[in-house]
Design a protein around this ligand. Structure first.
Ligand code: ADP
Ligand code: MG
Length: 355
């Protein structure tokens, strides 16, 4: 069942169309992310779902009910921001209990619910701590507990880990995923961090300039990017654009010094300009057996990443190819001449070439 549906939703501020006819459907119990560069309209989209902004046009449905004009406190949603608005003069328990007290729930009921939430966010024993005496990660967990304690159908999170250091971000990512799974709450998570979106999401929508470019699972996005924007935003890739030709049962796309032979299944449907995405880890340095594609190159730049090495390889027409190899031998030196190869199935064609 779909929990949140957006149909042709638009938001215009003054003369600027900030969100352009978005269609989305988020399933119940799903961890769904909105991923895109700063300014692409993620927060505005989330604020419309929360009830902090009204769509200019289109339909917003939550659990089957049209919500365009329903006020924030009558929606089954709750919101967690990067800048958390905890009450500094209250302790952990009272911060989490705040909304339940406003609702006038009986004390034992409040105590039970807050205790449950303290367990969920691994803060049992911290109930009488002032929130100002907690670390950034612990404060963020209090904010999440406070947002979850009234059991919203949908939790909306806007870059909630953005202010934390990288190590803490990684730990809290796993924590968030565990909380989402154990409560079964639908999460809609806004981030500009592609690694974070890939790690956390069941499915995600990649946004660019107010539009949704693609919706799918992390693997689907990476392996079958629908647009060149998605292919380069999710991970790193080599984009190859050229005329596709067919001869002798083979499809070929030529772009400058590069000429790529393709698997039939991945070949574009007709002759014409095609864009291919060739992932850096699919290119083999000095292949031991002949491969369908090959080109000579020179190592232009070496980036040692620990488990892998990312090379910028210069080819005959002066362009750079990204090549990523396992760091199982010492990295090649700059200036080394190498032969590169890749199989017929390595480059995949991009269905739409919207940039
Ligand atoms: P993101 O969260 O992806 O960084 P936002 O949704 O915050 O993007 O903003 C998208 C665009 O909308 C930006 O160009 C921003 O300046 C503009 N914008 C956001 N809120 C308002 C507002 N209240 N009034 C006018 N412009 C706004
Ligand atoms: Mg934002």
């Amino acid at each position: 069942m779909a929990d949140v549906v957006l149909k042709a939703v638009e938001k215009v501020f003054g003369s600027e169309r900030v969100v352009k006819s978005i269609d989305l459907s988020v399933n119940q119990g799903e961890f769904f992310s909105l991923l895109g560069p700063s300014g692409c309209g993620k927060t505005t989209t989330l604020r419309m779902i929360a009830g902090l902004e009204t769509p200019t046009s289109g339909d917003l449905l939550i659990r089957g009910e049209r919500m365009n004009d329903v006020p924030i406190n009558r929606r089954p949603t709750n919101l967690v921001f990067q800048k958390l608005a905890l009450f500094p003069h209250l302790d952990v328990f009272d911060n989490i209990a705040f909304g339940l007290k406003l609702k006038g729930l009986p004390r034992p009921e409040i105590a039970r619910r807050v205790d449950d939430m303290l367990d969920v966010v691994s803060l049992a024993g911290f109930e009488r701590r002032r929130v100002t005496e907690l670390s950034g990660g612990q404060q963020q967990r209090v904010a999440i507990a406070r947002a979850l304690v009234n059991a919203p159908a949908v939790l909306l999170l806007d870059e909630p880990l953005g202010a934390l250091d990288l190590k803490l971000q990684l730990r809290l990512q796993r924590e968030l995923k565990r909380i989402q799974r154990s409560t079964g709450t639908t999460f809609i998570y806004v981030t500009h961090n592609q690694a974070e979106a890939l790690t956390l999401s069941d499915r995600l929508a990649v946004m660019n300039e107010g539009r949704v470019e693609q919706i799918g699972s992390p693997a689907d996005m990476y392996l079958h990017s629908a647009t060149s924007f998605v292919a380069s935003f999710i991970g790193r890739t080599n984009l190859i654009a050229g005329e596709a030709t067919f001869a002798g049962g083979e499809a070929r796309v030529t772009d400058g010094a590069l000429s790529v032979v393709l698997d039939d299944a991945d070949a574009p449907a007709d002759n014409g300009r095609t864009v291919l995405s060739l992932r850096p880890e699919r290119i083999v340095i000095a292949p031991k057996t002949p491969m369908a594609n090959g080109i000579d190159a020179t190592v232009a730049e070496v980036e040692f990443l620990g488990a892998t090495v990312l090379y910028r390889m210069r080819i005959a027409d002066g362009r750079i190819l990204f090549v990523q190899a396992l760091a199982d031998t010492p990295p090649l030196a700059e200036g080394t001449a190498v032969r590169l190869g890749w199989g017929k199935d390595a480059a995949v064609s991009i269905r739409s070439t919207t940039v």
